[in-house]
Design a protein around this ligand. Structure first.
Ligand SMILES: Nc1ncnc2c1ncn2[C@@H]1O[C@H](COP(=O)(O)OP(=O)(O)OP(=O)(O)O)[C@@H](O)[C@H]1O
Ligand SMILES: [Mg+2]
Length: 217
């Protein structure tokens, strides 16, 4: 597939197949097209050429409404700064995908509480995002991305705001939780130690995605 913004090609060539539960990491220089690729894979931006398939459905064939339901129910997202809703508590933030899918509040909060517990955040669940640390809010964002057991989580430098030790701890927890529930992950990271934990590693250079390595399993 490829993606152009006006006349400039941000993604020139990308051929990637993600198996169920697979963890793929993408590294590459700033401006090489990593975020753009992620937006295409996640159905946030339509591709300019080629196609993106999810379970045999071509995302380009879906209406906006179908696409947003697919993103809501089957995908999870973690971004660089977590992006929690400040007026909601930690547990309400983490429960959001379940609430959007129509689950009752008590049930959604109970499930969110379990996931938060697995990330060591149970005690903080009644606080607001402004009352927790940067690393803790990244964990809340991880909880929110995984709480509805999506098929795929798209993560764009999910620990970009943390120092390297803090980032590695959160990422290790994130990948372990995703693995334990069989959620596939497409992770953009600048950290090669983190990329080394993935099943498949790609590099993006000047809009071209190249497979770098695959761990034997
Ligand atoms: N909305 C946009 N309109 C026009 N050009 C864009 C847009 N978004 C990104 N670009 C350009 O597309 C190219 C790829 O950008 P992208 O954000 O995908 O890079 P990246 O690899 O994620 O970089 P970084 O590591 O800095 O996040 C860059 O040259 C960027 O300037
Ligand atoms: Mg980016």
């Amino acid at each position: 597939m490829d993606l152009r913004y006006g006349s400039s090609l941000a993604v020139k060539e990308a051929d990637i197949a993600l198996r169920r539960g697979e963890i793929a990491a993408i590294t590459g220089p700033s401006g090489s097209g990593k975020s753009s690729l992620l937006y295409c894979l996640a159905g946030v931006l339509p591709v300019s050429g080629g196609e993106v398939l999810f379970e045999r459905t071509n995302l380009g064939d879906l209406s906006d409404e179908e696409l947003s339901l697919l993103r809501r129910d089957r995908f999870g997202f973690v971004f660089q700064y977590g992006e929690l809703l400040p007026e909601l508590t930690v547990e309400e933030n983490a429960a959001l995908p379940l609430r959007l899918a129509g689950q009752r509040k008590a049930q959604a909060l109970a499930t969110a509480g379990e996931v938060l517990g697995r990330l060591g955040l149970r005690e903080l669940r009644k606080r607001r995002p402004s009352q927790v640390s940067g690393g803790q809010s990244q964990r809340v964002a991880v909880a929110r991305a995984l709480v509805h057991r999506p098929a795929v989580v798209f993560a764009d430098e999910p620990t970009g705001s943390l120092d390297s030790v803090g980032a590695q701890v959160v990422l290790a927890e994130f990948l372990a939780l995703a693995r334990s529930q069989g959620t596939a992950v497409v992770l953009v990271t600048h950290d090669t130690n983190v990329a080394a934990q993935a099943d498949t590693r790609y590099t993006m250079i000047d809009g071209v995605l190249t497979l770098q390595g695959r761990s034997v399993s």
